[in-house]
Design a protein. Structure first.
Lengths: 298, 362
């Protein structure tokens, strides 16, 4: 399986501050990949590097095996929906389809018009008068109709209300069903991604904390609730991600490939959101205690 | 990409086109009247034999329109630089639409190059059409004024406005790319353009071609003005020969050895007549002579005519005038060189913009 994004030691510095440091990541193709992480983790920087809007200051990144935005062909293979979904406010919806048609050799005008029709958008409407949800839909339509191999969405639903959010993700799912396209979308809200993603990457402070198919992640993590005990006394094949204790009871979130036989435990499945939060929490406590991040990562 | 650029600017192009059309109508109505006035005047003055001394009525006709057109011709390049050049890229950077544009299947070098070329050519065309209309309309007046190199005429006629427009546009684009915000870039463009025009007008245009020297004989030299300053120094002004439409840099007096008159000589030869009235309370005394050579309009002191003649006789016995000038025949050479200068500057600025967008906006 080839990687849609392969980055090695990728870094992006602005004059003073660093937006992404030494990021090594490999995202396989054929998935709807959710890129989660707290604000400032470097998600947006990573995606902007992937579509070539930014250039790396260190390290390297290959998208679909090539340097991002290196030539028109490479640009045509990657669709992008930018954060806050910018559109030309003075141009109409139809004008935007015209932009897509004139600037992309593989443009699918019929599909784009069809989509606009389904969305109930008036082609003569100025894009500046669209609601946030409609604007996002227009941006998605543009990105999809250019027939990319990879669709990158940077916080596409962050500024949308819950209903528009649901609609947007619904259409995104229809797109995946219709066309063979790999998708990467970022969010700082796991709930948004849970419904659409089959692969998850958790990025905290430029580091990949967790990456894998959602089903595998779900299967390999368990919450154990039982009498209070020391986390070090757990079997070695159970890696403790998060531990919390009351006076008499301990709760562990563990990662393990093996079934849990200890009858003392009540075993629960872990929701994706709790899982991600646990990994983010782990990263936060490590950086607080000053322990080297790399050493802990497995 | 061409389609997108025109689509984005179609309204402002349409508005400018409309204004050009209105101007064309106004000039088409008033222009023939100027031509007619000039024809009538030429016929009359030839019959009366006073074409050199009488006033051509076109000079004062539609005076306000003349001024308005000259002002518009002067500021049009700046307006284009400010309103089309500066926001061209800055607005895309400001509103974030560059992220939409740069992720279509078009490299950003191509994107900015085509934007620059398409709107730049439209801008130059607008400026060229306007200049053509102004040049045609003003031709009877310019013919009568016989001063085509003058400030307010040279840069407002012919092809130079197109050079200024190309430069102003490219300057605006570059400042927009560097500043990344429309309004500050617009302000910076206006300031930078005015400074550049002033600097180049004063320091470059006179050197585009080396001037010619016209050496007058002692007999042909005439003194038309005596200027006394409060510290007792006297200077005299030599009359300029009739060089219609030429650009006269200076007229200097020199003797056979090439030396200018000394202060002692002038004080002796040209005593400043004491003014009778209180008009010269500032200590400066200006004396002017008449004659067809004179183009110095200063207050005439009583008795000045006599002392002027004496002075002129004394000075021209030893000194003759040397005129440094560009002949009228070089008008189009200067138009071409001036335009080429600004077009080359525009291309350099445009090149920097493209390079900056390609390499530095990441």
């Amino acid at each position: 399986m080839t990687a849609v994004i392969e980055a090695t030691g990728l870094g992006k510095r602005y004059r003073r501050k660093s937006a992404l440091t030494d990021c090594t990541i490999e995202i396989p193709s054929g998935h709807v990949v959710g890129l989660v992480g707290p604000n400032g983790a470097g998600k947006s920087t990573l995606l902007n590097l992937a579509v070539g809007l930014l250039g790396p200051t260190s390290g390297s990144i290959a998208v679909l095996g090539q340097t991002p935005a290196s030539d028109p062909e490479q640009l045509g293979r990657v669709g992008f929906v930018a954060q806050d979904t910018p559109v030309y406010s003075g141009l109409t919806v139809a004008d935007h389809l015209g932009i897509g048609a004139h600037l992309n050799p593989n443009w699918d005008q019929a599909a784009a018009e069809n989509r606009i029709d389904q969305l109930g958008l008036d082609p003569k409407q100025r894009a500046g008068k669209l609601s946030g949800g409609q604007r996002a839909q227009l941006a998605l339509t543009l990105a999809v109709a250019k027939r990319p191999e990879l669709l990158v969405l940077d916080e596409p639903v962050a500024s949308l209300d819950p209903l528009a959010r649901r609609e947007f993700l619904q259409i995104l799912m229809e797109t995946v069903a219709e066309h063979e396209v790999s998708i990467i979308l970022s969010s700082h809200l796991v709930a948004d991604l849970e419904r659409v993603c089959d692969y998850l990457v958790v990025l905290v402070a430029s580091r990949v904390r967790l990456a894998g198919e959602v089903d595998d992640l779900r299967a390999s993590h368990r919450r154990l609730i039982g009498p209070r005990r020391d986390p070090n006394s757990l079997p070695s094949n159970q890696e403790v991600i998060e531990a919390s204790h009351t006076e008499r009871q301990s709760t562990f979130l563990v990662r393990t490939e093996n079934p849990i036989h200890d009858p003392a435990w009540t075993v629960e499945e872990v929701g994706l959101e709790d899982l991600v939060l646990a990994y983010m929490g782990q990263a936060a406590s490590e950086s607080r205690s000053g322990r080297p991040v790399l050493g802990i990562q497995r | 990409m061409i389609w997108l650029t025109i689509r984005q600017y179609r309204f402002s192009i349409a508005i400018v086109g409309g204004l050009l059309a209105i101007t064309a109508v106004v000039l088409a109505i008033t222009g023939p009247h100027l031509v007619h006035l000039n024809d009538v005047y030429q016929a009359t003055c030839k019959a009366e034999g006073n074409c050199n001394t009488s006033q051509n009525p076109v000079q004062g006709t539609y005076y306000q329109l003349q001024n308005l057109l000259n002002a518009l011709a002067l500021i049009l390049p700046a307006l284009i630089g400010v309103f089309w050049g500066a926001p061209l890229i800055a607005r895309e950077l400001e509103t974030g639409t560059y992220r939409l544009a740069w992720t279509q299947s078009v490299t950003r070098v191509r994107w900015i190059t085509i934007k620059l070329c398409v709107l730049g050519l439209v801008a130059v065309a607008v400026s060229g059409i306007f200049s053509l209309m102004v040049t045609w309309w003003s031709s009877p007046i310019d013919l009568a004024n016989m001063n085509r190199f003058a400030t307010g005429v040279f840069a407002e006629r012919g092809i130079t406005p197109m050079g200024y427009t190309a430069f102003a546009f490219a300057l605006g684009v570059l400042l927009g790319v560097l500043i990344r915000r429309s309004v500050p870039a617009m302000a910076a463009t206006l300031v930078a353009f005015v400074v550049a025009r002033y600097t180049l007008d004063d320091n470059v245009r006179p050197h585009l071609l080396s001037p010619l020297l016209l050496v007058l004989s002692n007999k042909a030299t005439q003194i038309v003005g005596i200027i006394g300053s409060p510290n007792g120094a006297t200077s005299v002004q030599a009359g300029q020969p009739g060089l219609p439409n030429a650009w006269i840099y200076s007229t200097n007096l020199v003797n056979a050895a090439g030396q200018p008159p000394t202060q002692a000589f002038l004080n002796k030869a040209c005593p400043v007549p004491s003014p009778s009235g209180g008009a010269s309370g500032n200590g400066n005394v200006h004396v002017s002579g008449g004659g067809p050579f004179s183009n110095v309009a200063t207050h005439q002191a009583p008795g000045g005519q006599n002392s002027m003649q004496t002075c002129s006789n004394h000075v021209t016995a030893v000194f003759h005038a040397v005129v440094t000038y560009q002949p009228a025949g070089r008008y189009w050479d200067f138009q071409l060189l001036e335009t080429a200068l600004y077009v080359v500057l525009a291309l350099i600025l445009a090149g920097v913009s493209v390079w900056w967008v390609r390499s530095r906006l990441t």
